[in-house]
Ligand binder design. Structure first.
Ligand SMILES: [Zn+2]
Length: 316
């Protein structure tokens, strides 16, 4: 019975992002309405340091690898230890995005993905680098050296969803920022406005002197560019912050959503296998589900969700 309940909980967690997929905002950066510089380091408490999230990433790597190993009846300990080490690599990638130079943001994203790949491969009992899923949003590039098709490029359904949401935000007058897109490994759009409008309340939504200046939209992000040079530092922090959310999305995708998509489409007959050749239905995102649950459980705007805490901790 416990296993059946666990399976149901797991499906509930993975289905939650689907239910909430129509929401335009998956993560945001807030900044005081009239002051330069955001309050990005406000999260405090036990889950607010880089070390805490290094531990959490090691735990996620260990548990996910052990679970996969258990499913195929393999010994758990070795998979768990490799998964934990891989989680440390993932955390190091997030730290690189959080505090490293802007030019290393793409490397940080791929390091996050590398850790998730190694953890998944450890669970599957295959060599650490034999199956690599690399995010290049809106695409996933899968590299499997030595196989009949060593490189496969497929479209991420959730990243396309992010692009559609960005394209419908006409009020923000978004333009593709090519430089930031190349630096980030995903389409990045810049608004000329000093604050983003995410509702229908006008040119910029500011609540209690806080404005939305950046949004991650599953595989793409948008930011308020403004024109005031005094806000240059804020813009850089916003880009760094949203790149952190992008890396969280990639971790969830590489570790859980891409293999789940392969299982789902692989069981869908000829049509499913045809779709599997070019599409990743990356909707099973249990870590995003946990983030949304943590957000829903808190009524205090200063007690941030799991993802917010992680990004802010990695920027400390
Ligand atoms: Zn955020």
């Amino acid at each position: 019975m416990p296993r059946r309940i666990l399976r149901r909980v797991s499906w509930a967690a993975t289905a939650l992002p689907l239910v909430l997929a129509s929401a335009p905002v998956s993560a945001q950066t807030s900044a005081p309405a009239s002051l330069p510089g955001p309050s990005l380091t406000r999260a405090e408490g036990p889950l607010s340091s880089p070390a805490a999230f290094l531990g959490l990433n090691a735990w996620v790597g260990a548990v996910s690898a052990a679970t996969r190993a258990q499913r195929r009846g393999a010994p758990l300990l070795r998979a768990a230890l490799t998964g934990a080490a891989a989680g440390v690599v993932t955390a190091a990638g997030q730290r690189l995005i959080g505090v490293g130079p802007a030019g290393m943001r793409f490397a940080g994203l791929q390091m996050v993905a590398l850790g998730a790949n190694v953890a998944r491969n450890a669970g599957d009992g295959v060599p650490a680098l034999s199956d690599l899923i690399l995010p290049l949003y809106p695409l996933y590039v899968r590299v499997q050296p030595g196989t009949a098709r060593p490189v496969r490029v497929r479209v991420s359904a959730m990243a396309v969803r992010g692009l559609v949401v960005a394209a419908t935000q006409r009020q923000n007058r978004l333009r593709l920022d090519v430089g930031e897109s190349l630096r980030s490994g995903a389409p990045v759009f810049r608004s000329p406005l000093p604050a983003l409008a995410v509702g229908s309340d006008g040119p910029g939504d500011c609540v209690e002197r806080r404005c939305v200046v950046g949004l991650h939209l599953t595989g793409t992000f948008i930011y308020a560019g403004g024109r005031d040079p005094a806000f240059a530092r804020l813009r850089q922090e916003t880009l760094r912050h949203e790149a952190g959310h992008l890396a969280q999305f990639a971790r969830d995708g590489v570790l859980f959503a891409v293999p789940a998509s392969d299982r789902l489409l692989g069981a869908g007959g000829r049509a499913g296998r045809w779709m599997q050749g070019w599409l990743v239905a990356d909707v099973a995102l249990p870590l995003l589900g946990a983030d949304l649950l943590s957000d829903a459980a808190s009524s205090d705007p200063d007690v941030h969700s799991l993802y917010e805490r992680e990004v802010r901790a990695m920027m400390r």
